[in-house]
Design a protein around this ligand. Sequence first.
Ligand SMILES: Cc1cc2nc3c(=O)[nH]c(=O)nc-3n(C[C@H](O)[C@H](O)[C@H](O)COP(=O)(O)OP(=O)(O)OC[C@H]3O[C@@H](n4cnc5c(N)ncnc54)[C@H](O)[C@@H]3O)c2cc1C
Length: 97
Amino acid sequence: MAVITTDMLIIGTSPAGSATAALPSSYGVENMVVNRYHLLANTPRAHITNQRMMEVLRDLGQEVEAEAYMRAAEQDLMDENMFCKSLAGEEIGRMKS
Ligand SMILES: Cc1cc2nc3c(=O)[nH]c(=O)nc-3n(C[C@H](O)[C@H](O)[C@H](O)COP(=O)(O)OP(=O)(O)OC[C@H]3O[C@@H](n4cnc5c(N)ncnc54)[C@H](O)[C@@H]3O)c2cc1C
């Protein structure tokens, strides 16, 4: 069995785990991220990124922020978020994604 030494062990290669690893890395703090599974999710889970997320990407560097913009879908391809009482129930409102 291999013995691995690291300053910081992060469990979960998720948004929280990845950010928890990337931010100290940008200050040179050694860390390791491990995950229970060796596969990525088979469906997209980051269609919509909020302002705080974009601030974190900016903190990671201009090139990271620029890559996010490069890979982003055009606004006109995004539709609207709908708020409903149930899946097929009364619509309360909607806003642009
Ligand atoms: C279909 C779908 C679409 C989505 N779209 C968006 C979107 O457009 N925008 C948005 O902001 N959010 C979206 N979300 C929500 C977003 O994916 C979650 O809010 C986000 O993934 C939560 O991140 P997290 O780091 O808290 O936890 P998680 O993503 O749940 O990550 C936890 C990680 O820890 C690992 N783990 C757990 N236990 C262990 C263990 N014991 N040992 C090792 N590893 C472990 C898991 O395998 C997992 O990788 C979407 C979700 C789904 C399902």
